[in-house]
Design a protein around this ligand. Structure first.
Ligand SMILES: [Zn+2]
Length: 270
């Protein structure tokens, strides 16, 4: 384990950005994808539990930030609660996939986890572009703006992107609770991911690095890493559906990460 007392992670303010690209399984009111609702409610449509984990982490980190600030300022200072914002997608990834770049062919997917979206395949290039401009660009711009603001403030940012995976897709290979996806060649990111994995394991979770997916495949974090470089650390959490479907599963994942995250990061000034 790394020595946190000497780690730059613990010694410099680190803004925290939280997002959940596959938070929703709905479609806009004027849209019919021609896909059965049970498909939208499956892994093809969204990441079950990922948004709950993001919100519980944000609430917990905010509470710990406030506690830390109150200790520093004194009990009568009236320190306000500041919690990280959670950027969350509103609609199913079958409509527009917020974890793909705008120019990726699967951004408006014709096929996703075996689910065919024939009406997407039939869209004109102009119609696809209109959908991306209206529903994808604002989300990416909002996350990127918060990252850019954090980098301008401190030179570094930790972006946590919450997802979940389906263990039934590969039962022998997916017998773990949590995947932490990152780029091993990115120094800050690898250091933060190592520390995060150690924190989660210390809470008894079965954690894998860069599983069930690579940390460098097509994703919002990958695109932002390429755009912002060494000061941007983009880490994806992939929680097993086997965990999120337990009554306390999402809270268990959040609890395993919150203390470490709150210690490593700092709120944006009001
Ligand atoms: Zn996802």
């Amino acid at each position: 384990m790394r020595d946190s007392a000497r780690s730059p992670v613990a010694s410099t303010a680190l803004p925290l950005v939280i997002s959940c690209e596959h938070a929703g399984h709905g479609v806009p009111p004027d849209v019919d994808l021609g896909v059965a609702s049970e498909v939208r409610l499956s892994q093809a449509g969204w990441d079950e539990g990922a948004l709950a984990i993001a919100h519980i982490i944000a609430a917990g980190v905010g509470a710990r930030w406030q506690h830390r600030a109150t200790l520093a300022a004194g009990p009568s200072a009236g320190v306000p609660v500041v919690r990280p914002r959670v950027h969350a997608g509103s609609y199913t990834r079958l409509f527009v996939d917020l974890n793909r770049a705008a120019d990726h062919p699967d951004c408006v997917p014709s096929l996703c986890y075996g689910a065919v979206v024939e009406r997407n395949a039939q869209l004109s290039a102009a119609a696809k572009q209109e959908r991306v401009d209206r529903y994808h660009a604002p989300y990416w711009n909002a996350v990127a703006a918060e990252v850019a603001a954090g980098l301008a403030r401190t030179g570094r940012v930790l972006h946590l992107s919450s997802h979940s995976f389906c263990p039934e897709l590969d039962p022998p290979g997916r017998q773990f609770d949590l995947g932490v996806l990152f780029d091993p060649a990115h120094r800050l990111e690898a250091e933060l991911a190592d520390a995060m994995i150690a924190a989660a394991r210390a809470h008894g979770l079965n954690v894998r690095a860069n599983a069930p997916y690579s940390g460098t495949g097509p994703a919002l974090c990958t695109s932002l890493r390429q755009r912002f470089g060494a000061g941007y650390a983009g880490i994806e959490l992939e929680t097993s559906h086997a965990v999120v479907r337990r009554a306390d599963g999402c809270a268990t994942i959040a609890a395993a990460l919150t203390d470490w995250l709150a210690a490593a990061t700092a709120p944006a000034p009001l």
